[in-house]
Ligand binder design. Structure first.
Ligand SMILES: Cc1cc2nc3c(=O)[nH]c(=O)nc-3n(C[C@H](O)[C@H](O)[C@H](O)COP(=O)(O)OP(=O)(O)OC[C@H]3O[C@@H](n4cnc5c(N)ncnc54)[C@H](O)[C@@H]3O)c2cc1C
Length: 313
């Protein structure tokens, strides 16, 4: 079947990881298409923090700048969603909702999904009054009344960490069964503990967390989401995964997966990466992919050299 476009590299996902890969490749004069579904993980937040040179920038503005930068080097950024990757190195076909692309190499930078506890009102506040990462948003809520909701094994760690930003931290274990050690650690750091199921979270001026019918007023809540890498494309095409949860697709130091020609960067393979790490991983993958294409270019040149130039007449 004839594809409606051809690129040396197709990048799936136009967050900071994908765009950073595209920037390196575009500047290396590779033909690159980025396909992006336009739903970066931090889209719920007003501002992004901790990314040197960009601290306090709205997430949408950060990516607008990124798209403008890659487009300077003739990278095409195409809105859309890749549904499947088929074929093999130098002959990949990517199925989109509205057509197909072919590529020699593929970079997957599709990010991850944050799964939250099923508490009424919680999702509506995600990225606003309900946050996940103390390093990203702790400073903005220093010395405020901070709640931490129990959900998974990271929850206690998050509560202990937040005592660096505020003396007023309350832990709501909710569905997390505190061990004796965890309880001792929390109490030693001055964290208050409110047992029972959280019934509702509402923004009523203060953030109100209701447990057993009792309203607790706070300024902000942190919950460590359970991370689910958006890696169906990689798994479908046969990329190897790690044995330990979240069973992420394995990449080597160059960002290469176990399938030749397919690379991955950012949260899809590194669930703890923040913006700066994801961008760095994308840039690293950009150089790896370019080197791999150069190896092909040199191999082709050697074949031509063996055949030799046409004889002079
Ligand atoms: C609420 C919140 C706030 C955060 N705040 C900060 C912060 O202040 N500082 C910080 O350093 N980190 C922050 N983070 C973490 C940050 O969002 C991630 O580190 C970063 O987004 C990872 O970048 P990425 O490029 O890997 O993925 P993403 O930014 O998620 O980008 C992935 C892109 O791929 C697209 N995509 C997915 N599937 C497909 C497909 N099949 N076809 C085409 N496109 C696809 C998505 O729509 C998306 O546009 C925050 C996270 C959350 C949840």
């Amino acid at each position: 079947m004839t594809a409606d476009a051809t690129a040396e590299v197709v990048v799936v996902g136009g967050g900071v990881a994908g765009l950073s890969a595209a920037l390196v490749l575009g500047r290396s004069r590779r033909r690159v298409i980025v396909v992006d579904a336009g739903e970066p993980r931090n889209r719920y937040a007003h501002l992004a923090h901790g990314f040197l040179g960009h601290d306090g920038v709205p997430p949408s503005e950060l990516l607008e700048r990124g798209r403008a930068e890659v487009e300077r080097y003739d990278v095409e950024v195409r809105p859309g969603r890749v549904l499947a990757i088929e074929g093999q190195i130098n002959e990949f076909t990517l199925r989109l909702e509205d057509g197909e692309l072919t590529a020699n190499r593929v970079v997957v930078a599709t990010g991850l999904h944050d799964r939250l506890p099923d508490i009424p009102g919680l999702e509506e506040q995600w990225g606003r009054r309900v946050l996940s990462c103390p390093y990203c948003h702790g400073w903005e809520h220093r010395e405020q009344r901070i709640a931490v909701l129990g959900f998974n094994s990271w929850s206690v760690h998050t509560a202990l960490l937040l005592t660096q930003w505020s003396d007023d931290v309350t832990f709501f274990p909710h569905c997390w069964r505190l061990s004796e050690d965890e309880e001792r650690q929390l109490l030693a750091r001055g964290v208050q503990i409110v047992p029972g199921d959280v019934e509702e979270v509402t923004d009523a001026g203060p953030l109100v967390i209701r447990v057993g019918g009792m309203p607790y007023e706070l300024d902000v809540a942190f919950v460590t989401s359970t991370v689910e890498p958006l890696d169906e494309l990689l798994k479908q095409v046969g990329c190897a995964t790690a044995d330990a949860p979240p069973n992420a697709v394995v990449v080597n130091a160059a960002g290469a997966t176990s399938v030749a020609g397919i690379y991955a960067a950012g949260n899809v393979v590194d669930t703890v990466a923040q913006l700066v790490n994801s961008a760095a991983e994308g840039a690293r993958v950009g150089t790896s992919v370019n080197q791999s294409l150069l190896d092909d270019d040199v191999a082709s040149a050697l074949v031509s050299a063996v055949v030799g130039p046409p004889a002079a007449t």
